[in-house]
Design a protein around this ligand. Structure first.
Ligand code: FAD
Length: 637
């Protein structure tokens, strides 16, 4: 199959306007004839549902939490980017576009990224109109702070709770549409399959997580906004419920999976402190605006930080990257922290941590200023570690945080299955091999508020469809398949818990497909995962019944998908014989240990097609064409 990204013709800055003009429209009265399913109520799905309903479509929205506003987006801390240039420090749509393409190590599609930068400004206007309490300057303008990979301040924030405030905004709009009867909300439902009729996505199968019943729902188009898959690593900063199931089931129904190995490891997380830990906590990147990262110059130095004099400290990011300092992009900061720990300079009990020190900032600005900017983050750190970060440096270490890979989508955000659209972290589209901080919220809201409302109309207006109900045999077949899988999981009655398998899988992924990868390691990991998967299907213990509230069963289904999907990540990582962004193959690095790309052979999106159980996936390539930026070795020096 030839992948067609459907990038509009014309100059980069005019593509989106031109496309909006050229796309077919559904007239206002006809919109009420179309039903749209949206799975996910995070920033991407919540904003899409609200906007599509406001336009007049009949929307059915699903999430597995008890309330749409518990979607994982609520956890986002640091902020959202936009090219408003309020600080007058040289920002522009072009600069945001360029920084994002460069930040992603030139592995994203130019046209999508430029559109993202363009609509970033609409997002801020929209959210202000909704009443989002963004931080403001004394004069009343919205305040900005800096995030990694940029030399301007373009990040809008609401203390360390930006995701929460943005999600409350999207949720309010969604709630308005629920009250108006335009959105029917289905919480506590887990999507377990997409239903394809005549080659088009026409519905879904969900499990009611309270009653255990399987339900089917039909529509004219299906939108997946189901978030990222970082929990394949077991330990990550993601909410415990984040999973790959919806995207993976869609993959098995014909949606290609793009760049699955592109994972973001965030440099500033609270380090792992025990074998039975099940979650890692992020310390927002915004902290690197004021916090300075350092380790002792001498390996094996066990003195307390306060006892290490200034000239015996190595502020390694400031030393190596004088232009960007502590605000280098996440992949660069993470690799450098690992390097220092590998050199024996790590700190804390496990020696797998570096310091993030606010002493200078507190001396300079005063504790009150720092507290105002980051108070809730400092409080969170103190609660978890029992250390006071106002008095002693935080200890941080990289952890899995975000997944740049996702279902392949074209410029219209449509997957390779007609009528199946994918938004937010669940798609692969805008961040290349490394996402810049504060760009995920921007992308989720761009997709939901400003892209899908147009492109889904273009699809619906231009695609002949027959009337389909859940009585169609395709719904019955999909339900039977889901039922069969549930019965199988419950019938094994083995000796290991689901979490035990998940933890082991995560260990394999972290050791072999984490911050550094080797060809030999990736091959070893494939064998390990295949064995673990075989054991899972013989020895997992899933207690309870199918027709009841059964969280072990929920988790078992997700881990079963992770056990297959993890292997796809390894296959993708092995196939990409270069290093770029978060994908660091040790065989491909510069003399200074930076990622070394191979633009001649790997300047493409790798899109994988499911070809059958236990068969190798088929590889498809979308070449990336850069007409507006020059491909260079990324430098933040
Ligand atoms: C701790 C933390 C802090 C972050 N801070 C920032 C930040 O400051 N700035 C920034 O830009 N980004 C940040 N990010 C990243 C950002 O929060 C996420 O990428 C973004 O919120 C994802 O939004 P989403 O709408 O795509 O998915 P999510 O918010 O994850 O929502 C997924 C939705 O899909 C539903 N769902 C999933 N699977 C199923 C299924 N099978 N059936 C039914 N429903 C399903 C869920 O119920 C949920 O409603 C942060 C991430 C973390 C982990």
């Amino acid at each position: 199959m030839q992948l067609d990204a459907k990038i509009p013709d014309g100059p980069l800055a005019e593509k989106w306007d031109r496309h909006r003009f050229e796309m077919k429209l559904v007239n206002p009265a006809n919109k009420r004839k179309f039903d749209i399913i949206v799975v996910g109520t995070g920033l991407a799905g919540g904003s899409a549902s609200a906007t599509l309903a406001e336009l007049g479509y009949n929307v059915k929205t699903f999430c597995f939490q008890d309330s749409p506003r518990r979607a994982h987006s609520i956890a986002a801390q640091g902020g959202i980017n936009a090219a408003k240039n309020y600080p007058n420090d040289g920002d522009s749509i072009w600069r945001l576009f360029y920084d994002t393409v460069k930040g992603g190590d030139f592995r994203a599609r130019e046209a999508n990224v430029h559109r993202l930068a363009q609509v970033s400004n609409n997002i801020i206007d929209h959210c202000v109109a909704q009443g989002i309490p963004f931080a403001r300057e004394y004069g009343g303008l919205l305040a900005n702070r800096s995030f990694g990979g940029a030399q301007v301040s373009r990040t809008f924030y609401a203390r360390g709770q930006t995701g929460q405030q943005l999600l409350l905004g999207a949720y309010s709009s969604l709630a308005r549409q629920i009250a108006a009867g335009k959105v029917t909300m289905f919480p506590r439902r887990e999507m377990l399959d997409v239903v394809i009729v005549d080659g088009q996505a026409r519905g879904i199968v969900v499990r009611n997580l309270i009653s255990g019943e399987l339900e089917t729902h039909a529509a004219h188009a299906v939108v997946l906004a189901t978030g990222g898959y970082g929990n394949v690593f077991f330990l990550s900063t993601n909410a415990m419920g984040c999973n790959v199931t919806a995207a993976y089931r869609a993959y098995k129904k014909g949606a290609f999976f793009a760049n699955p190995c592109f994972t973001q490891i965030h440099p500033t997380c609270i380090p792992v402190h025990g074998t039975y830990q099940s979650k890692l906590t992020l310390m927002s990147e915004s902290l690197r605006n004021d916090g300075r990262v350092w380790v002792p110059k001498k390996a094996g130095d066990t003195r307390r930080p306060a006892d290490i004099p200034e000239d015996e400290r190595d502020y390694f990011l400031e030393r190596k990257y004088p232009s960007f300092g502590n605000l280098v992009p996440r992949d660069v900061a993470s690799r450098n922290a690992k390097e220092q720990c590998d050199l024996g300079k790590g700190v804390g009990e496990t020696r797998l941590a570096v310091y993030l020190d606010f002493a200078d900032a507190i001396r300079r600005d005063g504790r009150a200023v720092i507290e105002k900017k980051y108070g809730n983050l400092f409080q969170m750190y103190a609660k978890i570690t029992a250390d006071n970060p106002y008095e002693t440096p935080m200890m941080i270490y990289p952890a899995v945080h975000y997944t740049m890979g996702g279902l392949w989508v074209d410029y219209n955000l449509m997957s390779t299955v007609p009528g199946l659209f994918v938004l937010g972290e669940a798609n692969f589209s805008d961040h290349g091999a490394n996402r810049l901080g504060a760009s995920a919220l921007m992308q989720g809201l761009a997709d939901g508020y400003f892209v899908i409302p147009y492109t889904i109309g273009g699809y619906l207006a231009g695609t002949p469809q027959r009337a389909v109900t859940t009585a169609d045999p395709a719904f019955k077949a999909a339900t039977q398949a889901v039922n069969g899988r549930i019965s199988k999981l419950l019938s094994i009655n083995g000796h290991r818990t689901v979490d035990d398998f998940h933890r082991e899988l995560g260990g394999i992924m972290w050791d072999y497909c984490g911050m550094a990868r080797t060809n030999a390691g990736l091959e070893v990991a494939r064998g390990l995962i295949q064995n673990l998967r075989a054991e899972f299907w013989e020895n997992v213990k899933v207690p309870g019944e199918p027709g009841e509230f059964n969280q072990s069963l929920e988790r078992a289904g997700r881990v079963a998908d992770f056990l297959e999907f993890g292997e796809l990540m390894l296959i993708d990582a092995r196939a990409r014989q270069e290093s770029c962004g978060g994908h660091f193959n040790e065989a491909f690095q510069t003399q200074e240990n930076e990622a070394l790309r191979d633009d001649e052979n790997f300047c493409h999106v790798a899109a994988w097609e499911f070809t059958g159980e236990d068969k190798e996936p088929a590889f498809h390539k979308e070449p990336l064409v850069f007409e507006n930026v020059h491909l260079t070795q990324r430098s933040y020096k």
